[in-house]
Design a protein around this ligand. Structure first.
Ligand SMILES: [Zn+2]
Length: 146
């Protein structure tokens, strides 16, 4: 953040442990840039009285430990860079994870060899079983009305 000019009134946001934090740029009596940390409570940001000299210190105030200010704080209104996906469980995409709709409305997971109550995504047609297998649900052929 050192080569990035911040000015009074700039606001940065961060999420940490389900709490939304804001860091706003203020100036002290001598006009030096300082940072104030607020915590969002019930939709309102409550700023603390303490003033920090750096965004690193502001981040530490929010989290309790040292953070990388560039990664921790995001300019408010700016879309944060997408986080790299967490290393997915190295699960081999085994074939046969497709699901079949059963007569009773449940979905049969081939990998678990058992049925489960599925919520099928309307767009993709996919569902995920309680064990984490996912696949396209093969719906039943339309049964004759009766
Ligand atoms: Zn399964």
């Amino acid at each position: 953040m050192s080569d990035r000019k911040v000015k009074e009134g700039d606001v940065f946001v961060a999420d940490h442990k389900e709490t939304a934090y804001e860091c706003r740029v203020v100036t002290d009596n001598e006009g030096a840039i300082r940072y104030q940390v607020g915590e969002k409570v019930k939709g309102r940001v409550k700023f603390g009285a303490e003033i920090f000299k750096s965004m690193t210190a502001a981040g530490k105030a929010a989290t309790g430990y040292a953070v990388h200010p560039n990664k921790f704080w995001t300019v408010k209104g700016e879309t944060p860079a997408p986080k790299p996906p967490k290393k997915a469980k190295a699960k081999k995409a085994t074939k046969g994870e497709d699901f079949r709709r059963l007569d009773d409305g449940r979905v049969y997971c081939q990998s678990c060899a058992g049925p489960f109550d599925a919520t099928v995504d309307v767009v993709s047609g996919k569902a995920t079983c309680p064990q984490g297998h996912s696949g396209v649900v093969v719906e039943l052929e339309a049964a004759p009305a009766g």
